[in-house]
Design a protein around this ligand. Sequence first.
Ligand SMILES: Cc1cc2nc3c(=O)[nH]c(=O)nc-3n(C[C@H](O)[C@H](O)[C@H](O)COP(=O)(O)OP(=O)(O)OC[C@H]3O[C@@H](n4cnc5c(N)ncnc54)[C@H](O)[C@@H]3O)c2cc1C
Length: 231
Amino acid sequence: MRAVVVGSGMVGLTTAFELLRRGHDVVVVSVDPVSAMTSFLAAAVWFPTAAGPSDRVAVWSAASFTELERFARDGVPGARMCESLAVYRDEPAVPAWSGTVREFRPVRPGGLPPHYRFGSRFAVPLLEMPVFLPWLESQVRRAGAHWVRRAIRRLDELDDLEPDVIVNCAGLRAGPTPHRSPCCTTTATAAPVSRSPTAVPAKWQLSSTRCERRDRRSHPGAGRASDQLTG
Ligand SMILES: Cc1cc2nc3c(=O)[nH]c(=O)nc-3n(C[C@H](O)[C@H](O)[C@H](O)COP(=O)(O)OP(=O)(O)OC[C@H]3O[C@@H](n4cnc5c(N)ncnc54)[C@H](O)[C@@H]3O)c2cc1C
């Protein structure tokens, strides 16, 4: 299968890497230099926040945790485990992901910053993106991806690349990108490309790359009742 992945941020590169690992032919289409992407700015700490549905998020985040923990153990550039402290003003429910992290420990009020009454400590993977992202890109290139630098406004502008499937990983810009297949999220979208308008083979629907829209309140500085501190 020939997959065209739009975007080479964290989501696009991960998608391209996984497709290549499964033996597919991959073309990455991207417009921004790596330092201009949202992914480059991220902290980026493993911590499922304001995402759903929770049963699927628990499965996805556990898979990510296992992979990223392995990266840290193997010395992948920019990947490390990091002691983390989540703090809350109101008593939280035990998070669904608490079984995934190592040694999930409650913190007594004396060990918390001012204004927070509840907290928990645990170790999670952290990626230093200015280091990790170029490494991931080098892995994708080495695995044989073709690279096209192009800004697109419509997915059918990719016809010359002869895709069997297009995976839209254009980040925050993924939503408005018009396309001819009914598929759209803010994180990643697989749009099956069919020469016949009625045939959409199920194997082309890469649902594992599809995530639910994230709540804007999950972004830093947006007035949350909880926070995560790492060090
Ligand atoms: C300060 C900050 C801290 C964060 N901390 C964390 C954290 O601790 N943990 C966490 O999980 N997340 C964190 N995030 C969120 C995380 O960074 C994003 O969810 C993630 O980087 C999104 O990756 P992406 O690949 O979807 O998008 P992006 O990195 O934005 O990549 C989009 C790609 O699409 C391409 N593109 C876009 N439009 C077009 C077009 N029209 N034509 C061609 N190409 C196009 C771009 O060139 C780029 O390659 C943080 C974000 C910020 C800003």
